[in-house]
Ligand binder design. Sequence first.
Ligand code: SAM
Length: 445
Amino acid sequence: MTEFWQTPLAETVRNSKRLAHRRVPPNDIGNWLENYAEAAPTSSNQGTTNIPFQRWFHFKEAFSPKFVADTLSSLPYKVDRCLDPFAGSGTTAVTCRMLGISSDVIEVNPFLADLIEAKLSPVRAAGFCAAYDDLMSTLEIKPADRLPIDGMPPTLSEPGVGGRFVFASDVYATIRAIVRQSDGLAPEHARLLKVLLGAVLVANSNVTINGKGRRYRRGWQARQRSASDLIKSLDESVDRAAADLTLYSGLSRSEHVVHCDDARNALARVKHADVAIFSPPYPNSFDYTDVYNLELWMLGYLRSSPGNRALRHQTLRSHVQMKWQETRPVAVSQVLGETLDALRRARADLWNPHIPEMIGFYFDDLAVVFSELRRILEPGHHAVVAIGDSQYGGIHVDVASILVECLHSLGFRLTERGAIRSMRNSSQHGGGFELSEHCLVFERL
Ligand SMILES: C[S@@+](CC[C@H](N)C(=O)[O-])C[C@H]1O[C@@H](n2cnc3c(N)ncnc32)[C@H](O)[C@@H]1O
């Protein structure tokens, strides 16, 4: 059987045209997905490097717009309003906008929330480019732009620590000056500029970033990025965004709300949705606050280390880099109980002794999210989840089976389940074999 997320692209486009509300020109979704690289896994953003809006910021953990479009087309009812409680780079909201469907999305990371808002806001490209040119032609680096931000990791700017630093001093000061001067722009221009600047930070630093943190580029000392490299890449980033904004300037407004908050709180403010489509953090110890730390500090979203800690506390308890507050267990599942017992027995061999508690908290957090979804979705409507398994010390955390059990008692029935792709398990997590990433479709009973 072919699952809906394996639909060929041409069919996705045909189905989506039928889905699109009349106020959206019917060829838009086809044009938008024209350069989608179909061979890439639909649960990843690998195929989207040439897709307008999605190409503004490389968000490695995104699913594809095709996944959202296929999900929407597969539903047996009309969707007017869609919900994504873990919005990341905004794939769900942007795809909905292309289809004329309204959305509520929640994202705890303020940089990512601004990225989503920027993608959804119909800014006039000519006005933005004029404001950008004006800012850059009057850009002045003041002594304060060279100072470290209170509480920021000292390695962010030269001289750094032990001779290692993320940004050369001129690059650091130029970024800070652009951010400072952007405060004088119209709010939608300032937001867009910060987002586009965020998109070129890592490329103009001395590091690369992955789920395990920052790593210095090989030979970085000899190949430092300069302020003119930064400005050149920002110019290109602005040109790309301006082209996308111009091409899609005719899209009529559908209604979108971006809540920058912890989904465990913000869902209480969402009254109703026809469907929820999302991919929460996986319980794999990937710390989103850490991975997007450069953007958060350099663009002024974080201004103190307590602010950094507060943001980390608002994220889902999917990693062990934080000491989590103990809460009353709410997730009920036999598989979860057995997994937690096995992890506790293996505690001495795990790379972090708090892993068993973190796994319990993770499912408690998802149970809280789903108890809100039960109120928000009508009976017969769906929560469609892309989620991955995990493994610690050779013990498999079978996320799909655990969720199915936990959610049954919360009034959700699994109607479809399939592996979307396999992920390589890191040796740190106890093995080299493959872990599955699933699409789980839950019906609200
Ligand atoms: C797998 S990513 C979602 C990717 C998204 N589907 C996309 O296509 O871009 C998970 C997101 O959940 C966010 N997140 C983590 N904890 C959260 C919380 N408590 N409330 C809301 N968002 C949270 C992370 O910052 C991250 O952006």
